[in-house]
Write a protein that binds this ligand. Sequence first.
Ligand code: COA
Length: 369
Amino acid sequence: MSPRYAHITGWGMAVPEEILTNDDLAKIVDTSDEWIFSRTGIRERRIANSDQTTASLAVEAAQRALEVASLHPGDLDMIIVSTSTPEFIFPATACIVQDRIGAVKAGAFDLLAACTGFVYAVNLASQAIKSNGSTNALVIGSETLSRFVNWKDRNTCILFGDGAGAFVLQASDEPGGVLSSVLRSDGSGGNLLSVPAGGSRFPVSMQSLYDGLHYIQMNGREVFRFATRVLTEATYETVEAANLTMDDINLLIPHQANQRIIEAAARGLNYPMEKVMVNLDRYGNTSTASIPIAAVEALDQGRLTPGDHTVLVAFGAGLTWGANLIKWTGPLPPTRRKVSPAVYRRFARIRSILARLRRRIEGFIWGNG
Ligand code: COA
């Protein structure tokens, strides 16, 4: 059997319209635009409104990615939603997305590797494609971190923002696509960045609410030190695994957490900042969504074109870190005539309503127990 390759054939992003600037934050906590920008590079971030959720942003980003790939949602066989801010503990946010986009033949599950999640998910989908387990996969990074931020904690609330980004990965005999990946973790540092309450260890209680343990807790300095080290390591390792050198890399797309972390990584790699994608000034840290959002903007700006090699590299809670090396190709020739995911979404809604109705009628006829 000839080898299969996993190409990125579609991409899309979605961010809330509402902008929260550093000056806006300075009205809430004791901080300033000057402090935030000089320490992080962030100027503003997007905040979800009450109608927007992790799933709704994911669906918007997915729809755009399917449109770019000209792929019918019914042809998807796998949906991975990477998120640390799921709609519920269960069901998985990926199943909500599956229902809303009408991906009737797809398995769907969530993946939690915090800010490294998108890199993990791209690797998982590409391995499934290469081993014949999948042909058309949808990978989404989506977050509504604003719902888990303590807006009284100036150490954390200045950093995060909401948003989503998605890739479609498809099988092809043409060489290219995801060439190598590196995934790493070190659970001994789990306490450095966490949301302690709300899981089975510390279920939500009056005490946990009072102590604010349902919010993001972070040791910023330790995370900073860890990040600068692992971004360099993971990039080198994935480039080496693909038998390439840094000279072959046209664009580095790092997790958008902090300008100083990104600059330190570029210095460590002896790699020019002009070839590093940075857009955190406008979105802050959107966790697992930051890499696909940066990739979509790089593509829009013509900074990533077919034939280019790019490295996606991330770090985050867990601790986790990792990288993918991708030879960019772009959309494959469409297998069906032009598709309009927005139209399928309307059909998906009707299908979903009918499926619920069928379940009710069956329950009525056969009884519920
Ligand atoms: N505005 C004004 N002052 C602030 C502040 C804010 N928003 N947040 C903290 N400070 C103060 C601190 O209280 C401290 O004051 P002190 O010296 O009187 O105690 C001082 O600024 C310096 O704090 P420090 O934590 O040393 O700042 P820093 O230079 O390390 O920057 C971070 C803080 C959070 C920006 C930085 O550590 C960081 O980016 N870490 C990585 C975080 C990250 O990326 N997390 C996500 C991982 S996916």
